[in-house]
Design a protein around this ligand. Sequence first.
Ligand code: FES
Ligand SMILES: [Fe+2]
Length: 326
Amino acid sequence: MKTETKTQMLEGAPWLLAHKSMLQRNKPYKISLYGKDYVIWKDSNGNIQALPNICPHMGAMLSEGWCEAKSDGTSEIVCPFHALKFDRDGCTILPGTDKKTLSQMQPLELMIKDDFIWSYGDYKPQIPIPDILDKIAQEYEFIGYTADTSVKTNLLSMLLNMHDYNHQNGTHRDLFEITEVRFEKFIDNGYHSEAFFNAPTAPKTLWEKLKQPKQFLLPDVIEAHLENYFPSLVIFHGDNYAGKLAQCHLFVPESLTNTRTYILLFAKLNNSLARLLKKQFLGLSKTVVEQDADILHKIYPNAPQKIKLNNEVGMDWVKRNFESWK
Ligand code: FES
Ligand SMILES: [Fe+2]
């Protein structure tokens, strides 16, 4: 029988927990996956490790503690309560002894490919880790990450929103002012799919653009090419005067009721104006996520869908892949 977590949080899928740039050296960082919290940290050698966040002594949150760097470049996580130090394997040395204990907790297994930190959350892998991010990282410049947000919604609702090609005029109305969505095609290859559409934006005067400089980043017609890797990644490929953008949206099921999302932005920029606007591109991406998070907080869960619009093919793809997850 399928368990709730298995079908609702897709056990056995690979999740990108972070890009290495999101972690500062020797600074604990808390992540949640499948209803469990972990502390993840990068040592002085640049190695990454993750342990359950609950201290095996009296349950303090290790992510609230600090890291102690050692001369060999490794570091230990120090509990904020009684300052026990744990190495990457979860071993500690008790006060008054000089011998390491056995491991007191099971480290979270991480798959690290270049700057990308993946995990199956200790479940048996059902599908491979997509290699598209490695390719993008080779070809594009990494601009940065933004909008790391924990949204109070389940994974399915989060993904439906991401693959909904009709919500620009509701959720994102004041940002894009899209006049219509012209859907071109959807290519369905199982867990991989691609959507192509274009969307003209309402014309803006120079004065309007000056008032909201983000508008300079928006072309007259948004040519959208979405590349989807079920369930954890959607790449928005954008092409305009500034160059090529790959806006990567990541999803992580933190629990049955919370889903994390964030963006990694990559670009190949053609001109110096575009380089100057680098930060603006991140700001624009952040606004998009904030608007999505906002509407996700305003939807009744499990409401029956009685009306169907055109171009819901991306959502159909999500639903089918959810239902067939084994
Ligand atoms: S609770 Fe962590 S050392 Fe005591
Ligand atoms: Fe959106």
